[in-house]
Write a new protein. Structure first.
Length: 367
């Protein structure tokens, strides 16, 4: 498989042969060595600026074994629910970032020094300060020209409240996440951040969000120049910078294996429909894998539509015909981009069971 950047290593030798030993489909298999190398490669790029910290977005993948890898490699964790927060604490993450605009039950949180809570509105700030009147907090910022229901504008009443209370000294972080991510967007966010730092000297952290698959992985050279800029800027020299990648860290580290159960031939349009024992709509509603691998060596090709195993008409793996080596019933197809926002998005539609999860480690398959 061709990856979008050299930060991704080759899949571990023996992985495909090991997959052939798995009889039960569907399954998701993680390449542990690949994941660890990817994390280390990304950390190396970001290490050019010692103020930069990486926090994995748990919403991308909440498998406990995978989360422990991130924890052991000293990443922080980004959580968005009380359940994710509890899991992060169980695993033992040293730094936790929490933000959810709908959250109100702050009394359920045991505030500790390792926690960073960012609020999304004046209403949420009031609830936070009622439970934690002397604890630091952050604010998510909505920038001009970027339609997003999350965050507050710079002229929001929340800043008036902060200016006229002891909360001014408790404001420690500002949090950004723009819809259309690019290095130029990040530079705009940083300029907004610098303006707020001048006005609120208590701010010591900027959270620049995630979506690094586009802004960093596919524009690596320009992004590294951006990291150097952050390092040299006089206002930012003592400011911690947080990024919250999900896709970039884990997307390519897992594959979905699914078996062809039935084949339907459309003679009129000269195309064939494959029905699989897994569901695109249940498992991966946000993405369609760009690569599909048939675990058989064949030369002739045929165009196929790939359908999931539900009765939902939109349960398709590809919206236009895809060319594959000739496929037969009972063949196994691999979708190599299944590490992020797949099983963490799983739905219980038709009570279909989740794919089993396996781990390829030290040359063997483990559960």
């Amino acid at each position: 498989m061709k990856f979008p950047s050299s930060i991704y290593p080759k899949y571990t030798e023996g992985l495909q042969q090991a997959i052939l030993s798995i009889s039960n489909t569907p399954f998701v298999i993680y390449d542990i060595k690949f994941i660890e190398k990817t994390i280390k490669n990304i950390k190396k790029d970001f290490s050019i600026n010692s103020n930069v910290k990486l926090f994995f977005a748990m919403k991308a993948n909440n498998n406990v074994k995978i989360l422990k890898i991130f924890k052991n490699l000293e990443l922080g964790i980004d959580v968005s629910s009380i359940e994710e927060l509890e899991l992060a604490n169980q695993i033992g993450f040293e730094k936790i970032s929490f933000m959810n605009p709908a959250f109100k039950e702050f009394e359920k949180i045991e505030f500790t020094e390792k926690m960073m809570i960012d609020v999304d509105s004046e209403s949420q700030l009031i609830k936070f300060l009622k439970i934690f009147p002397n604890e630091p907090f952050g604010i998510r910022i909505a920038e001009e020209g970027d339609y997003n229901i999350y965050g507050v504008s710079l002229n929001d009443s929340i800043f008036h409240k902060i200016q006229n209370s002891n909360a001014k000294e408790l404001l420690k972080r500002i949090h950004f996440h723009r819809n259309n991510r690019s290095v130029d967007n990040l530079l705009q966010s940083v300029e907004v951040a610098k303006k707020l730092i001048r006005e609120y000297p208590s701010i010591d952290t900027i959270n620049l969000g995630g979506d690094l698959l586009n802004v960093y992985v596919e524009n690596r050279k320009k992004f590294i120049q951006f990291l150097y800029y952050l390092k040299k800027d006089e206002i930012l020299k003592n400011i911690s910078i947080i990024f919250e990648p999900g896709d970039a860290l884990i997307k390519y580290g897992a594959m979905l294996g699914t078996r062809v159960t039935n084949l339907k031939i459309d003679k009129k349009n000269n195309v064939q429909h494959l029905f699989l024992d897994s569901s695109s709509w249940i498992c991966a509603p946000w993405l369609k894998s760009n690569t599909i691998v048939l675990l058989k060596k064949k030369t002739q090709e045929q165009e196929y539509y790939l359908h999931g195993n539900t009765m939902y008409p939109g349960d398709v793996f590809n919206h236009s015909p895809i060319k594959l080596p000739i496929v037969e019933e009972n063949d196994i197809l691999l979708f190599p981009e299944y590490g992020a926002y797949t099983l963490s998005n799983y739905r219980s539609f038709q009570l279909i069971k989740r794919p089993r999860e396996y781990f390829f480690e030290d040359g063997i398959i483990k559960q």
